[in-house]
Design a protein around this ligand. Structure first.
Ligand SMILES: *[C@@H]1O[C@H](CO)[C@@H](O)[C@H](O)[C@H]1NC(C)=O
Ligand SMILES: *[C@@H]1O[C@H](CO)[C@@H](O)[C@H](O)[C@H]1NC(C)=O
Ligand SMILES: *[C@@H]1O[C@H](CO)[C@@H](O)[C@H](O)[C@H]1NC(C)=O
Ligand SMILES: *[C@@H]1O[C@H](CO)[C@@H](O)[C@H](O)[C@H]1NC(C)=O
Ligand SMILES: *[C@@H]1O[C@H](CO)[C@@H](O)[C@H](O)[C@H]1NC(C)=O
Length: 504
């Protein structure tokens, strides 16, 4: 009996030792991250990294806040159970096509080496860096100090060791700024109040881009091509009801399954809204809001490994952010939230450019989405965020003032808002599917639905109220005329780039 107890004790001791060893090993691995976090503690603006940290450190700093956000995520999940949101969510992630809207998505780390490390420890953003310049006390000629980049293994060789002091500097390509050449022009020329405290992150954030889709499939390809290398997850929500409440086919689902989106399928979470909200027919705004609420809540429920410092961006299908601005959000700490995006405005195609920009509040961190907006995307798009109950509390905990900020500026487009950008048949469909609340509802007028009438609108740039707005002249060669993918496939998308009915 005694011997057996002895054995049990021995066994337990060995077990505990092994666990401790593993724990020590894991802690050791975390050391570099910890050091990074502690140094950035000094700067209040570094909040997201410190506050929520890399996944390894989140429980070590500010456990209280971490738990608070966890709590809210649980609440969102709990609320989901009460409403129909939860009915659509299963825990399985089988490959059955029928289960597409129940799959969960595991967010992975983005391991792309975005920065080059010089041998003196500097970081240069590869894409934005032309050369690495080294100056030293003895060198007089500038030409001598220019060094070639060796990008093969992401190490910049600073070549011939010159004298004592070595100063290594990233020399930026046009369009990139900052000491690390990772700040794009749309941020450099924005109203960001914290420009001087931007720091490259050790671990990139993951970017989630959520949209509701109807029949904007050409613009959907454009979005995917523009953002494919930057966005980690696209949440795409489709309903079998139009915003007006009529039945509609699940075309996106069909295209997703027949291979049309195979190039990006691995980054898509398909969300299916199978009901129409009560009162949505009488008041179209209810239907409109509900689409976004459902998209965000159902989407958040089905993502695993979500981190507080990941970024959530909610767009309309006709709003396409410029990739460089979004990449900046992914790679840097020190910007404030929520953030808007100044978009180039155009009608029927990119050829009818409108004056000014459309500046829509489009995104924030997951922490803010949960703590201020309670996981409801529709609130994110509202301008009165600072009145929301959680806002001051969130600001307080973050230890910094949250100031409004928009990527781009009235003269630096950071995206495109292309309204009614369809062929005439697509415009017809948009008219009849439109929600019942944005009056006058042009789809209710037979003469406005005629394809000939619609073609004439496209030709003249006119509106359904028969007004003829003024437009500045455009040229497909002007900067930011249209997303790159369209310009690279000009013939295929010509109808969006040149007025198809203009007499030449
Ligand atoms: C490079 O060397 C020259 C000559 O010794 C010195 O005057 C200069 O300050 C150095 N430059 C830097 C940036 O250290
Ligand atoms: C990077 O490449 C250089 C030569 O190009 C080599 O000397 C160095 O060892 C390489 N470093 C790594 C980490 O592979
Ligand atoms: C939408 O899909 C749900 C679930 O499959 C179904 O119950 C409902 O009848 C569908 N509605 C329409 C209008 O097709
Ligand atoms: C997918 O379906 C659409 C519409 O039915 C069709 O136009 C397209 O060619 C199909 N794509 C493939 C790859 O089968
Ligand atoms: C913010 O923090 C201060 C002190 O830390 C506290 O007095 C104040 O009540 C807090 N405000 C909110 C809205 O939590």
């Amino acid at each position: 009996m005694k011997v057996r107890r002895h054995k049990l004790f021995l066994f337990c001791s060995v077990g505990i030792s092994v666990v401790s060893l593993l724990y020590c090993y894991k802690s050791l691995q975390q050391v570099p991250f910890l050091q990074d976090d502690q140094s950035s503690l000094k700067s209040l603006f570094m909040f997201t990294d410190v506050f929520w940290g890399a996944p390894q450190t989140s429980s070590l700093h500010n456990t209280h806040n971490h738990h608070r956000a966890e709590q809210i995520l649980r609440q969102v999940k709990h609320d989901g159970k009460e409403s129909k949101v939860e009915n659509l969510v299963g825990s399985d992630s089988t490959d059955l096509d029928g289960e597409l809207h129940k799959k969960t998505y595991v967010l992975e780390e983005d391991l792309t080496p975005y920065f080059l490390h010089t041998d003196t420890g500097e970081l240069c953003f590869s894409e934005g860096t032309r050369t690495v310049k080294q100056s030293n006390a003895s060198e007089s000629e500038d030409a001598k100090s220019k060094l070639e980049l060796h990008k093969k293994n992401n190490t910049i060789l600073v070549g011939h060791t010159v004298k004592e002091r070595k100063v290594v500097k990233c020399v930026c390509h046009q369009g990139w700024h900052g000491p690390n050449c990772g700040v794009p022009t749309v941020v450099e020329h924005s109203n960001l109040p914290t420009k001087t405290s931007l720091k490259p992150r050790k671990v990139p954030r993951r970017i989630i881009n959520a949209i509701n889709i109807n029949h904007e499939f050409d613009l959907l390809h454009v979005r995917f091509r523009e953002l494919a290398d930057t966005v980690d997850l696209f949440m795409i929500c489709e309903s079998n009801f139009t915003a007006y409440g009529d039945p509609k086919p699940l075309t996106f689902r069909h295209l997703l399954l027949n291979g049309t989106f195979d190039y990006i399928k691995h980054k898509i979470l398909y969300i299916f809204l199978d009901h129409f909200p009560q009162g949505g027919r009488a008041n179209g705004w209810i239907a409109d809001d509900y689409l976004r609420t459902f998209l965000t809540k159902n989407g958040l429920l089905r993502v695993q490994n979500l981190r507080q410092d990941d970024v959530f961006i909610l767009d309309d299908a006709d709003e396409i952010p410029f990739r460089d601005g979004i990449l900046f959000l992914k790679l840097y700490n020190g910007w404030t939230e929520p953030f808007g995006i100044h978009m180039r405005k155009s009608l029927y195609g990119f050829f009818w450019k409108q004056f000014g920009t459309l500046d829509v509040i489009s995104g924030c961190t997951v922490a803010m989405l949960l703590m201020v907006y309670k996981g409801d995307g529709i609130l994110l798009r509202r301008r009165e965020y600072f009145n929301m109950p959680g806002f001051r509390q969130y600001e307080n905990k973050s230890g910094r003032r949250l100031m409004p900020w928009s990527i781009g500026s009235p003269v630096h487009y950071a995206g495109w808002h292309c309204s009614w950008c369809f062929k005439p048949e697509g415009i017809y469909y948009k008219l009849i599917a439109a929600q019942n609340g944005d009056f006058p509802r042009w789809g209710d007028f037979a003469e406005k639905r005629k394809l000939d009438y619609i073609r004439e609108l496209i030709r003249t740039g006119g509106w359904f109220d028969d007004s003829l707005p003024r437009y500045p002249p455009t040229d497909p060669k002007e900067p930011m005329f249209a997303p790159k993918y369209l310009l690279d496939n000009y013939d295929r998308y010509r109808y969006l780039l040149e007025n198809p009915y203009a007499k030449r």
